[in-house]
Design a protein around this ligand. Structure first.
Ligand code: NAD
Length: 434
């Protein structure tokens, strides 16, 4: 995977020592010859100290905010920006202007104007700004892209993608959690499916999207749907808690799901809080202890998107939430054949119409040919995309030969589709992308 760097190791400063940045930063511990974390900016003392200790960051290089990190001399080759969605613009622009290359988490920004301004700034200051569209680096999608660009299905005619957001992911992140409110984070499609919009745009290799329609709404997790016997908190008076699939105790303690999010509010207690400490927090002030029908969520739980590209190709995407099985799917129909894949199953099918002279219509193998490709990609986050992305970012900065396939300018189309879909859904009209 890694190539040899000309200059080594690449030095990075972490902005926002949350879940995502800390994950990327660990790359430095596994590959100290390639990357070194030399500074951190993080208001939360527990998080700041943890990263500082893990990477042995000097006291004068530990900052309480990205603002405090600015102003002095350049202290690293690059910034890894893992702040929350609505801080991305403010916390990236000054570093681009100060001459840093940046790895920025998605979405670039919830506001189109800010996305465009960052692209202009990156160009003006000749900086590499790479967006964490990790799926472009997942072996599964890399293979699909390779099949498409290799001409295996001819010209793309139409495309369909699906993202099935599981019931436990949905209720944790988008009902109880930090992405549950479009005013404080981002619209659901942009927050969850900007990856899928980006993959669709990537498959189109630079052809612009021109028109978008979309429908969607919040249906399930609303107070009026709360079952009889439910309460504001799972562990404070709820009579159906023991059988509820969304019970905070069941999801976060019994099944041990989504720990990094569920125990954010008690991180100060150390790495391994006791069951009683967890129960106490769910019972009292932990936002993840709230009943899923009694939260302040306003993001949609299903949305469908139709896209037309400038060359007439059509694409559609379905975001389906609270599914039992989480998975992403892709189906691309070309002039010569089709590709169909399931990311979680790690399976891609390449099919072509059969050219057998006298096919028996009752035998499917006579009607079309099918090649099954199995992709091993569960080694780490996002189908293997997380580790490959940070590795490639380091290569891009350190001169080790990189595909830098998620440059900010290349990430624009997917974001524009998501912005247009949001407007189309809210205003109930077809939106032109200009
Ligand atoms: N690429 C992906 O697939 C993917 C997956 C999940 C989340 N994300 C995105 O990653 C980003 C980070 O998510 P997360 O879960 O790691 O968030 P997080 O809340 O765990 O981390 C953000 C950190 O930023 C810190 N912060 C706040 N103000 C700051 C300031 N002024 N200066 C420096 N730091 C400041 C917060 O204290 C927090 O620790 C979000 O934009 C999210 O949408 C991307």
């Amino acid at each position: 995977m890694s190539t040899t760097l000309k200059q080594k190791p690449v030095t990075v400063a972490i902005i926002g020592a949350g879940h995502r940045s800390v994950g990327y930063a660990r790359y430095a511990l596994e590959h100290p010859e390639r990357m070194k974390v030399v500074a951190v900016a993080e208001p939360d003392q527990t998080r700041r100290r943890r990263v500082a200790e893990e990477h042995r960051i000097a006291p004068q290089m530990q900052f309480r905010s990205y603002e405090q990190m600015l102003g002095g001399d350049k202290i690293a080759d690059a910034i890894i920006n893992g702040t929350m969605d609505r801080l991305h613009f403010r916390s990236t622009m000054p570093f681009i202007e100060a001459g840093y290359d940046v790895l920025l988490e998605k979405p670039i920004s919830p506001l189109e104007q800010e996305v465009r301004e960052l692209i202009v700034a990156a160009g003006r200051h000749k900086r590499l700004v790479m967006i964490c569209h990790v799926l472009r680096y997942a072996p599964f999608y890399s293979k699909v892209k390779e099949l498409v660009t290799g001409g295996k299905i001819g010209q793309i005619i139409a495309m369909h993608t699906t993202e099935n957001v599981s019931y436990h992911h949905m209720t944790t992140a988008f009902v109880r959690g930090r992405w549950n409110n479009r005013q404080t984070s981002a619209p659901m499609l942009l927050a969850k499916c900007c990856h899928d919009m980006d993959i669709i745009a990537w498959m189109m290799s630079g052809v612009p999207a021109v028109r978008v329609a979309s429908f969607g709404m919040l249906t399930q997790f609303k107070p009026e749907n709360a079952p009889v016997g439910s309460a504001l908190r799972c562990l404070d008076g709820c009579q159906i808690e023991s059988t509820c699939p969304y019970s905070a105790r069941s999801m976060y303690i019994t099944k041990g799901l989504w720990g990094p999010y569920a125990w954010e509010s008690i991180e100060h207690l150390g790495e391994n809080p006791t069951i009683e400490q967890k129960m106490q927090s769910l019972r009292t002030d932990n936002p993840y202890g709230r009943c899923v029908w009694h939260c302040d969520n306003n993001v949609v739980d299903h949305q469908t998107v139709s896209i037309q590209f400038a060359n007439g190709v059509t694409a559609s995407h379905d975001m389906l939430c609270a599914t039992s099985r989480p998975c992403r799917k892709i189906h691309i129909i070309g002039s010569l054949g089709e590709i169909e894949g399931d990311l979680e199953a790690g399976e891609i099918f390449l099919r072509h119409p059969s050219s057998k002279p006298n096919p028996d219509p009752n035998r499917m193998e006579d009607v079309y040919t099918e090649q099954k490709l199995t992709i091993e990609s569960h080694a780490d986050g996002h189908g293997g995309g997380d580790s490959r992305l940070i590795d490639d970012f380091v290569s891009a900065i350190g001169g080790g030969g990189s595909s830098a396939r998620t440059r900010i300018e290349d990430s624009l189309t997917g974001h524009l589709i998501a912005f247009a879909a949001d407007t189309a859904m809210i205003e109930n009209r077809v939106v032109e992308i200009r």
